[in-house]
Every structure is written in C-alpha cells, then in structure tokens.
Design a protein around this ligand. Structure first.
Ligand code: KG4
Ligand code: ZN
Length: 331
C-alpha cells in the first residue's frame, strides 16, 4: 500500500495544500492573497480571514488534482510555525480536525526546516552534509544540514530579512508589495551603477537595516536635486539594490563553505526565486567547485509541497504529534 500524505501550509499570506505519495509530489496548490498589495505589506488580520475562506477549496483542489480520495490519506502534515499566529491557527485547526475525522496521525513541521527540505521534492537532491542559505520575507539563515532532523544555524540576520530588504526598498520606491519579484524584473533592464555600502558584521551573520537606511538617504539627496529621480532611474536603482543584497548573501555563503569545507550548497526560501541570486550562485559555484542546488520556482516561495516532503521524513521516522498541539509563532 502506498503512503499518502496531505500537507497544509498557512504561516503567512499563502494558503497551500499538497498531496505526496511515496515521496512523490502529486499536487501543490497555492491561493495567493492579493489583498495585501493594497496595504503595502501583510496585514495579519486580513491574512487570517483569507486563510479561513481559502483553506477548504485549496485542500479540495489538491486532493482532486492528485486523483485520490480523502479516505486514501495516511497522515496530515501541517506548519506549526514560525509565522503569523492568526494565520497558523487556521491551518493547524484544519489539520487537527481533518486528522481527527479520518482517524489518521498528525505531523507537525517547522516552516524553516521545510524550506530547506524542499530540495528533496525532486532530483537532483543534495547529499548530507550540505549548507543551505534560507532567504525569505521573515528569515535569513545559513544552515548546516547533517540529516533531515539535524540542522545547525551557522549565521543569521541580526535585524531585517533579505526579503524584507527587497520589500522595504520597494516601498521607498513606490512599488507594490511584495516588491522582491518586481525589483528582480526591473533590475534586468538596469545596471548596478549606484554603490550602496556593505554592512560590517562579524562572522556569518547578516544585517540589512543599515542598507535600507542608506538607500533612504541616497534617495532623499537625489530627489532634492531632481524630483523625478526615482521615475527616471528606477531600473538602475533596482539593479544596484539587488546587486548589493545578492553580494552580501553570496559572500557570507562562500565564507561558510570555506570554513566548513562543505561543497554541497543549496539555496531556499522566497528570495531564492531571485534571478541574480540564482545566476550568482551558479557562477560562484563554478569558481569554488561547489555542487549547487536551486529549487524549482514553485518550491521556493511558500508552498505545501515542502511541508509534505518534511512531513514524509517524519512519517518514516515515526515522529507524530497529537491533538494537543498548538501553533507556535516563534520557536
Ligand atoms: O518564503 P516566502 O514566500 O515567504 C516567507 O516565508 O517569508 O518569501 C517571500 C519573500 C518576499 O519578501 C518576496 O519579496 C521575496 O520572498 N521574493 C523575492 C523574489 N520572489 C519572492 N525577492 C527577490 N526576488 C524575487 N524574484
Ligand atoms: Zn517561507
């Protein structure tokens, strides 16, 4: 009998459900919440309500697309955290009730671990131990992964996450939320002609709040001279900001690789969808003799397939949770 898992992700503003059978992803459905564009960022209350509206249709669709029946399910995996409490509550409550009604076990998954384990959704898979740079709207970490359940954080951001740096810069430039993909697109038509400072942070940690401040002052100065500065130089500004964020990320990753001697290098999280980061990683990988792993686009941003993959590792190890489990905004 094949093992069939349903996975649910609802940590931020995307409602997602996925079905996995014997390690293979059969469906991965995501309902994005466009409403946040109007507010320039994720509004927790709005996100929570949208999850309540979306969760049943998204789960239904994932089950239908997988060509299975609810009664075929062997377990339900879900994101317990970290994330927004009001968003997590919806996915956790739904997973618990479904598991209870079908009398099948529950598997709790850490959202950050799942971003890393998204690499096991398809081939080629990284070999242990590998390093993973996890870059999203909420986190920026370099993790040493020795096994699916053995991850050590070697460095992380002391303030803003890399995705936040993209999104907050976008706000300064008058772009919609989330600005990361928009900056990526505009940067492709520009050149990195403006030089933003590199933060001086020891070891393998990151900091992006100083960069945001220097961009703010830079723009204020330029606008004083020319009120149309942003409109006229938008592509070059985006290329310069992106270039700096990517160089900060890649230099730290190279330091971690040289220090640990590990040459299996992966990137994960929403920002790993960035085209400059993807090409920069490949180029650095060629120079440094790394084997690099970049997930398929749909497995980079928040999705339930990565929860299913992480859940399947736990299923095989017999690591289940019970009905008393509660969401955890932080760990
Ligand atoms: O992993 P994710 O979907 O959600 C979190 O767990 O945070 O990451 C979302 C973040 C946002 O900050 C978004 O702007 C950024 O990923 N992002 C990008 C790109 N696509 C998404 N940043 C830069 N370039 C992109 N192409
Ligand atoms: Zn995420």
């Amino acid at each position: 009998m094949p093992t069939t898992l349903l996975a649910i992700e609802s940590s931020c503003d995307d409602t997602s459900a996925s079905v996995l059978m014997d390690g293979e992803i059969l469906s991965n459905c995501v309902a994005n919440q466009d409403a946040h564009r109007l507010y320039g960022g994720v509004v927790p209350e709005v996100a929570s309500r949208a999850h309540q509206i979306n969760i049943i249709p998204v789960v239904d669709l994932a089950i239908r697309q997988a060509g299975i029946k609810k009664t075929d399910l062997d377990a339900v995996a879900f994101t317990r955290g970290p994330g927004l409490m009001g968003s997590l509550i919806v996915g956790v409550a739904f997973a618990k009730s479904l598991a209870l009604s079908l009398n099948i076990p529950l598997i709790e998954v850490n959202h950050m671990d799942a971003h890393v384990l998204a690499h096991f959704a398809e081939d080629p898979k990284p070999k242990f131990p590998f390093l993973c740079l996890t870059v999203s709207g909420g986190h920026t970490q370099i993790v040493k992964v020795s096994a699916p359940d053995r991850m050590e954080v070697l460095g992380q951001t002391l303030d803003d996450a890399a995705g936040e740096a993209f999104d907050k810069t976008g706000k300064l430039l008058g772009l919609e939320y989330p600005a990361g993909p928009i900056i990526d697109k505009l940067a492709q038509q520009g050149k990195p002609v403006y030089d933003f400072p590199e933060p001086r942070i020891p070891d393998l940690d990151f900091s992006f709040s100083g960069l945001k401040t220097s961009i703010l002052y830079f723009l204020k100065e330029k606008i004083k001279e020319d009120p149309e500065f942003i409109e006229q130089h938008l592509n070059d500004i985006c290329a310069s900001v992106q270039d700096r964020i990517v160089s900060i990320l890649l230099k730290r990753l190279r330091k971690a690789a040289r220090r640990t001697g590990i040459k299996e290098i992966a990137i994960a999280g929403g920002v790993s969808a960035n085209s400059a980061l993807r090409s920069g990683l490949s180029e650095m990988g060629r120079k440094e003799g790394w084997q690099t792993y970049i997930p398929k686009f749909e497995y980079c941003t928040d999705n339930a397939a990565m929860i299913a993959v992480a859940g399947y590792f736990k299923y095989q190890a017999g690591q289940f949770t019970d009905q008393s489990v509660q969401p955890a905004a932080r760990f």
